[in-house]
Design a binder for this molecule. Structure first.
Ligand code: FUB
Length: 329
């Protein structure tokens, strides 16, 4: 009897380990696209404590999705997290945040970035506001762990449609947040579609500090990404190429609204209207993350709302400018 009880306990423990392991599935990188069991978009890397965490939107297929048959372009209802210590073996942490985690939002999980400050992880993201918050808005969620759970940090948008002039994109211009914490501790939030906005964040990371400024950039569309290397600041963004987006960038010697355009970083993404940069240094190498739409999954080909996250190495010239990145398979 005692032996049976012990073996039942051992079996139960084994089953629990298997369940927890299956929740954190591992896979190997074997060329682009990185993630092949789901459509994914808008990659946002975060390097923390010896690992690179990658946050992406989950592009989900639904019947009649194609805009030709009246569907929406994008159907993204959750954000996923992956991590690696060597860029080869990746852990799938599953879904870490949903628009429904913001009580004031009604859906649509567009692009994001997660940053760490004082041991807390801040998830800046794009959602569709509901009720009094019409239009796209930027929310911020917080967690004690890079893999969540994340909860709404303020119970309302950090940026909503009424806070910015609408410019050429109207109610959906407040999207695609990127955050840089400068060496002096000042945090900056940059975002926007059609217009590129920038503002300081307070030290608490959940309130704007001062005015919202506008950055003038050639052929700017969306998807800004801020990073710093040495003394140089970089603002990389989705720009309008020949009928589809490509990636361009600008540099500055201090943060603010004055940037110098430096040219194109990539061509257009294969089969995708959008492309979206995310840049990080990890284990002594620099990487550009982006998406294309080359993956076919479960009988569905890649499309505007069925994208796939990729990465390639990024190299700099001696003057600090970035070398054009060739998108590889
Ligand atoms: O994924 C939805 C939108 O497409 C993002 O917010 C944009 O950057 C573009 O990639």
């Amino acid at each position: 009897m005692k032996t049976h009880a012990v073996s039942f306990f051992a079996l139960l423990m084994t089953a629990m380990v298997a369940i927890s392991c299956s929740g954190d599935k591992k896979f190997s990188y074997s060329g682009n696209p990185l993630i092949r069991d789901k459509f994914t978009a808008d990659p946002a890397p975060l390097v923390y404590d010896g690992r690179l965490y990658l946050y992406v939107g989950h592009d989900e297929f639904y019947e009649d999705q194609d805009t030709a048959s009246g569907g929406r372009e994008f159907n993204i209802t959750e954000w996923l997290c992956y991590s690696t210590s060597d860029m080869k073996t990746w852990t799938d942490h599953g879904s870490v945040l949903k628009p429904t985690d913001f009580s004031w939002a009604v859906g649509e999980a567009w692009a994001s970035q997660v940053v760490e400050r004082n041991g807390k992880f801040y998830y800046y993201t794009t959602v569709q506001g509901g009720g009094q918050y019409t239009g796209k808005a930027i929310g911020v969620a917080v967690s004690d762990s890079p893999t969540g759970p994340f909860t709404d940090a303020i119970g309302r948008p950090l940026v909503d449609d009424k806070m910015t002039s609408n410019g050429e994109r109207g109610w959906w211009n407040d999207i695609d947040p990127t955050v840089l914490i400068d060496d002096d501790g000042t945090a900056w939030l940059c975002w926007g579609n059609g217009t590129c906005f920038i503002a300081r964040l307070k030290d608490n990371m959940i309130e704007l500090d001062g005015d919202i400024m506008v950055i003038d950039l050639p052929r700017y569309v969306e998807g800004p990404w801020l990073h710093k290397r040495g003394d140089m600041y970089y603002l990389t963004y989705a720009s309008m190429g020949k009928g589809r987006e490509n990636i361009s960038y600008a540099t500055a010697d201090r943060m603010g609204d004055k940037w110098e355009y430096r040219g194109e970083l990539t061509g257009m993404a294969e089969n995708s209207f959008t492309i979206h940069p995310g840049i990080a240094e990890f284990n002594g190498e620099w990487y550009l993350f982006y998406h294309n739409a080359v993956l076919s999954l479960d009988g569905h080909d890649g499309a505007i709302g069925r994208r796939s996250v990729c990465f390639d190495k990024l190299y700099y010239n001696p003057d600090g400018t970035m070398k054009p990145v060739v998108q590889t398979r």
